[in-house]
Design a protein around this ligand. Sequence first.
Ligand code: SAM
Length: 240
Amino acid sequence: MKMLGYGAKELGIGLDAGAVDLFDRYYRELTKWNRRMNLTSIEGEEEVAIKHFLDSLTCLLAVDLPEGCNVVDVGSGAGFPGVALKVARPGIKLTLVEASRKKAEFLRDIVEVLGLGDVEVLWDRAERVGRTAGHRESYDVATARAVAEMAVLAELCLPLVKVGGVLVAQKGPSASEEVAGALAAVEAMGGRVERLIPVSLPFGYGGRTLAVIRKESQTPEKYPRRPGIPDKRPIRARVS
Ligand code: SAM
């Protein structure tokens, strides 16, 4: 995991030696599970270190995650960015929402193997979790990577965020058009696009964009809609 340490330094992200050891353990467990089920197509130590671990940690360029901060990662998959953020900032309280049972099983396993405290794994759809007391409007920060296009993501994630909190959506290098097409959905959820942060992964691994959406007012009761509906009928601005 040498590349991880160097890469984090290049990005200006602090990572202690204990965290680097945990990432090494994470890599080995991920590889073991990946032989049995298709968790990720990214393989090999360098690729996993940069495209999964470091890429996840770039969220720290958008938000500070202080001790006790309540974070929800929606569509966590094999734990990105949520579990990686927890390894780097162990003081956070983390909830992982994942619709696939197998992936949720992996998440439970990796949390145990890495000995991470204050992590809850929910095998469920974000649309349902967003309507559940104790989760709705309860998080300081929501994160999501590669889950859905921005208009859909806004409906899956923003209902979970407290007023004043933030959604950090990890997007590709040219996200501005996608985000512009999601303004109506973001506003309908009580959000406002605060900024788009361009990020370059170290060692020439390419560009990304962090879309930072601030929650400014409560999400109306009718959102999120039923599971599957946000994806089927994303909220768009009406053209008159
Ligand atoms: N975030 C991870 C990453 O970047 O490696 C996983 C990305 S994977 C392409 C998308 C994941 O989101 C899948 O594991 C899928 O099961 C999950 N997902 C999609 N829609 C969801 C929803 N409505 N609620 C919860 N999980 C969802």
